[in-house]
Design a protein around this ligand. Structure first.
Ligand code: FES
Length: 104
């Protein structure tokens, strides 16, 4: 069984800015780009920075601390100094709500 968790209203998301959600004790950042929603872990893998506060450029978010960039699509590192990817989470939108699949 696949568990989808309702984490936010789609209307809470704005193009080019992240928001933090905390389903089941996770710290996850949501981003809206071109009408698509992406979810990655909020904590930068390089330090104690929140990616929801980062600058969104295309399908990347730039860490507010040292400007590492992560792909919103899969959490991979697009630009250092970070070397470890952040986890990305499956997203679906249903009836204006954003759902994440938190099972591995
Ligand atoms: Fe994110 Fe250093 S804390 S790049």
């Amino acid at each position: 069984m696949t568990a989808w968790i309702d984490v936010a209203a789609e209307a809470d998301l704005f193009e080019g800015a992240g928001i933090a959600v905390a389903p089941e004790g996770q710290d996850i950042a949501l981003f809206s780009v071109d009408g698509e929603v992406f979810a990655i872990n909020n904590l930068c893998t390089h330090g104690n920075a929140k990616l929801c506060d980062g600058f969104v450029e295309g399908h990347n978010v730039e860490c507010p601390f040292h400007q590492a960039q992560f792909s919103l699509r899969d959490g991979s590192v697009s630009c250092g100094p970070a070397t470890e990817p952040v986890k990305s989470w499956p997203v679906k939108i249903e009836q204006g709500r954003v759902f994440l699949q938190l099972t591995e």
